[in-house]
Design a protein around this ligand. Structure first.
Ligand SMILES: Nc1nc2c(ncn2[C@@H]2O[C@H](COP(=O)(O)OP(=O)(O)O)[C@@H](O)[C@H]2O)c(=O)[nH]1
Ligand SMILES: [Mg+2]
Length: 425
């Protein structure tokens, strides 16, 4: 595909604007403390995007504190080491933690929240840990995270800690990574969404956006945030009167749509490369032959929009433009949700499927009338549209994959059935 200079500029503009917005976000600063081996790194890798503990830049700030960051992700993590060692070292770690909190207080590096991690199966908490938790909790909100929580003992430990009435803001059991119990049975991960929710309740308002961007444990939350913003932005951007048709050859996207896409990307927290943006924009009528498709979609869409009237001289009414733009925003958010889900699962993205998906969702969303579009924001708790988009993508992907011979599918199933049958006997 060839792209005109104008269209390439649009793509670059979206990327630049997104980058700039994320850079301007005040980052959220999180202290993750606990003994070595409890699962701090695993927790970090699953709560935040792009496996921060493994791929972020770790920089020692003191002997026992390390700061982890990554460009493009508005979070600074402080990881501790040495709390499992002898008492004199534990004391030193503690001192460094307090100095970190005190020195950064009232600066942009202020620590907003601390996760104190204890392995749930350890079923005990040492006095030195209790002291540390209480002291930190007197300065900043602490969430006590019970890691690698498996089964009843973890739950009992949580109840025991609950009854201790510790000065913590919350206690949360988590299993950050699925736990394989046997070949047939894996315990699914849990607790991360709840941890994200509790964290958002505790951090300052102006930091919430950075945290939403940086976390990947709750994709629906990102989508919801993006939708809420987009609904308001579209409503305030189009007045009465006439504006150029969005996606017409001349402008590809009107400037507010560029801002819209950039801002949604920034809220979402997703590192998109050029080719992905090109694909998504092309899908709704940006580039090459796709332009005509985009026009057709929009022209057809007018049939579904009451009172849209005819398109005169490349102008449409503000109302119509807002409906088209809402549909653009909603579909874009649905597609970003799918991309995020695949990123989180460590799967690569098939761009041709993304293109199809964007087209399909856009067409579907254009058919919603205004009332439905308004309600969509409220309906959102059900997440049905996000799931639908993901299912759509997965089905298409399955169809594309080479057919597995019938016997290869059936034999393992039969074997499993026989085994379960035998075990039952
Ligand atoms: N399955 C599973 N394993 C975990 C989980 N958390 C930690 N682990 C394992 O426990 C070990 C220590 O975890 P790590 O995150 O390195 O602990 P850290 O020293 O506190 O950073 C690793 O082998 C992890 O695979 C979890 O939620 N699920
Ligand atoms: Mg670690």
């Amino acid at each position: 595909m060839k792209y005109s200079k104008n269209k390439i500029n649009v793509i670059q503009e979206i990327l630049d604007k997104t980058e700039q917005e994320v850079e301007n976000m005040e980052p959220v600063n999180v202290l993750v403390a606990g003994k070595t081996g409890v699962g701090k790194s695993t927790l970090i890798n699953h709560i935040f995007r792009e496996k921060l503990a493994d791929t972020g830049i770790g920089k020692p700030v003191t002997k026992h504190l390390r700061k982890i960051t990554k460009p493009g992700i508005p979070v600074s993590l402080y990881d501790t080491r040495g709390l499992e060692l002898e008492q004199s070292i534990q004391k030193q770690v503690k001192k460094e933690i307090f100095e970190l909190i005190d020195q950064n207080k009232n600066t942009s590096e202020a620590i907003h929240v601390a996760y104190y991690c204890i392995q749930a199966s350890s079923s005990r908490i040492e006095d030195i840990e209790l002291d540390l938790i209480s002291d930190v909790a007197s300065k900043i909100p602490v969430i006590l995270v019970l890691t690698q929580a498996i089964g009843k003992p973890a739950e009992e430990f949580r109840q025991y800690l609950d009854n201790m009435n510790l000065p913590v803001a919350a206690i949360q059991t988590v299993l950050a990574e699925p736990y394989e119990i046997s070949e047939d049975f894996t315990l699914p991960a849990f607790g991360l969404k709840e941890l994200v929710g509790k964290t958002l309740d505790l951090i300052p308002k102006d930091i919430k956006r950075a945290f939403t961007n940086a976390q990947q444990a709750d994709i629906e939350r990102k989508a919801k945030e993006a939708r809420r913003w987009a609904t308001r932005y579209v409503a305030s951007s189009f007045g009465v009167g006439f504006i150029p048709i969005p996606f017409s050859d001349a402008s590809v996207l009107v400037p507010m749509q560029i801002t819209l896409l950039a801002h949604i990307t920034a809220i979402f927290g997703i590192s998109l490369d050029k080719s992905t943006i090109v694909t998504i924009v092309a899908a709704v009528g940006g580039t090459g032959s796709a332009t005509y498709l985009g026009k057709t979609i929009v022209a057809n869409a007018f049939k579904f929009i009451p009172g849209a009237g005819t398109v005169v001289g490349g102008l449409i009414s503000g109302t119509t433009a807002s409906i088209v733009t809402s549909a653009l925003a909603l579909s874009y958010i649905e597609v970003l949700s799918v991309i995020s889900a695949k990123d989180k699962a460590g799967e690569s993205i098939d761009l041709s499927l993304i293109e199809n998906l964007m087209k399909k969702q856009f067409k579907k969303n254009l058919k919603l009338n205004r009332k439905e579009l308004k309600e969509k924001d409220l309906e959102f708790e059900e997440d049905s549209d996000l799931n639908e988009a993901l299912t759509e993508y997965n089905q298409e992907k399955q169809q594309k994959e080479p057919n597995i011979p019938f016997y290869k599918k059936v034999v393992p199933l039969l074997k499993k059935t026989v085994r379960i049958y035998k075990e039952k006997k």
